[in-house]
Design a protein around this ligand. Structure first.
Ligand SMILES: Nc1ncnc2c1ncn2[C@@H]1O[C@H](COP(=O)(O)OP(=O)(O)O)[C@@H](O)[C@H]1O
Ligand SMILES: [Mg+2]
Length: 455
């Protein structure tokens, strides 16, 4: 018997530790990866910008070194700048030299537009973002004196979009990488949660087995943190079992101590009933003592059924209790043939302890033997829930109304035969206490007789 694991929806539902932990991991990953993303992008942008600025400053100084003024003051470039991008038309890299009274000298890349001389008004290299030939440009410039004391303005510009594109490229790559990392972290997080909670599933399964009566204690190796829980539960179960056992012993002792005096009273009353002078009172005594004896039996049986039914973990193999019951009843009803059919390979079980099962089956089979004409058949079958016992006799059987009332303490439909009228009541109590179903019916083959089914 194995109980299905709780459904996936329940294990990962709103009320699950698993989901809480997974959400916490997700929040953690979002904060961590988000933080890395923001700081990496801003650091990278700063470094790239700094690199750009340093490069442009070098370029503007190189430009100044390569410019000669002719005797009339016209600026000429003695040789191209080392960076070839200043030669490619509209490449985004431009330079320009202005000398007062002369046309500006421009890089070959600069097919149109011009650079604003304003940035080059100080002997120190300054920079700002200006409108360039092909969009906003980072412009560097400074002013120096020519041989005749005239102002020479040197300017270099690079399109802002080139810098932006570099940063955007990096940001895109970084985003893809970090998203991949986030997904991987979430998946490993889910795996961690699965791994960490597996023992709790095992504990739940073990408790399920305990409740169904497959086991009498929690078994299996559990992690250090929850092992004490299982130990405490086992100790509690053991303590309960001990208390039940003590209650049982006490109940037995009580029965014993009351039975003997009661038997003496009944005996005495019977003797007195034979004397005509005391017969009336003796009969009253007799009736009441018998009622007392019945009530003692019934109450004790009920108390026993209630305590043992409350204990988890009890289970009996039906094939282990039946043979001794049948051999005892065979001696009690010598004229009746008792037949037993039970599966040999698959032992049928019932969630009830062997003592109670013996008492229950004894009462039922004893009734069958008492009312049968010749034959009682006991059939055991195993099923997924454990087992079923069916007892069939060939006696008079019971009508539907009688069956509905059967099990009332003290109720007997055939007072001619000896009995207390408690057997069925006790059987009912025991079955109910252990969650078993006890049904009386006509025989399924249509012949006269009673069929009793315990499952
Ligand atoms: N197998 C049976 N066939 C016919 N009648 C039965 C059978 N089992 C029980 N009964 C009826 O149910 C009554 C109650 O049974 P039970 O509680 O065992 O009392 P008792 O056996 O002491 O009479 C019996 O008196 C009898 O009339
Ligand atoms: Mg009986």
């Amino acid at each position: 018997m194995s109980e299905p694991r709780p459904s996936l929806a329940r294990r990962w539902g709103w009320n699950s530790l698993r989901l809480r932990l997974l959400l916490a991991i997700a929040a953690w990953v979002v904060v961590g990866i988000g933080g890395i993303w923001i700081s990496a992008v801003s650091l990278f942008a700063r470094h790239v910008e700094q690199g750009y600025h340093e490069e442009l400053e070098v370029h503007v100084r190189e430009l100044a070194g390569l410019i000669r003024l002719q005797p009339d003051g016209t600026p000429v470039l003695t040789r191209p700048l080392s960076d070839p991008r200043y030669l490619v038309p509209m490449s985004g890299f431009y330079w320009q030299v202005n000398v007062d009274g002369h046309a500006p000298l421009r890089s070959r890349s600069m097919r149109r537009g011009e650079l604003d001389e304003q940035v080059a008004h100080s002997a120190e290299v300054l920079h700002r973002i200006d409108k360039g030939p092909s969009g906003p440009a980072i412009t560097y410039g400074f002013v120096a004196k020519g041989p005749q004391g005239q102002d020479v303005h040197y300017m270099i510009a690079t399109d802002q979009r080139l810098l932006d594109a570099t940063i955007a490229d990096f940001t895109r790559d970084l985003t893809v990488w970090l998203a991949g990392l986030a997904v991987t972290l979430l998946l490993t997080g889910a795996a961690v949660v699965l791994f960490a909670f597996e023992p709790l599933d095992r504990l739940a399964l073990a408790i399920g087995r305990l409740r169904r009566g497959d086991r009498a204690a929690l078994k299996g190796k559990l992690p250090y943190e929850i092992a004490p829980l299982a130990d405490d539960l086992n100790a509690y179960i053991a303590h309960n079992a001990e208390m039940v056992e003590r209650a049982r012993v006490e109940a037995g002792n009580l029965a014993h101590s009351l039975r003997t005096p009661l038997a003496v009273i009944i005996d005495e009353a019977e003797r007195l009933s034979r004397d005509p002078r005391t017969a009336g009172s003796a009969q009253v005594l007799l009736d009441h003592s018998q009622r007392m004896a019945q009530q003692i039996e019934l109450r004790l049986a009920r108390a026993r059924a209630a305590v043992s039914g409350a204990l988890p973990g009890a289970v009996s193999r039906i094939d282990e209790v039946l043979p001794s019951i049948l051999s005892a009843l065979q001696r009690l009803h010598p004229g009746i043939r008792f037949d037993l059919t039970q599966p040999s390979d698959d032992p049928a079980t019932l969630p009830i302890d062997p003592t109670d099962l013996t008492e229950l089956l004894s009462n039922l089979i004893d009734n069958a033997g008492k009312w049968a004409r010749a034959r009682v058949t006991v059939t055991v079958t195993a099923n997924a829930a454990g087992g079923v016992v069916t007892i069939v006799d060939d006696g008079p059987g019971l009508t539907a109304e009688q069956r509905a009332m059967a099990g009332e303490p003290g109720l007997r439909f055939d007072p001619a035969r000896p009995g207390s009228g408690l057997g069925l009541a006790i059987a009912r109590d025991l079955a109910q206490a252990h969650g078993l179903s006890l049904t009386l019916s006509d025989r399924s083959d249509g012949l006269a007789g009673l069929q009793v089914r315990l499952a």
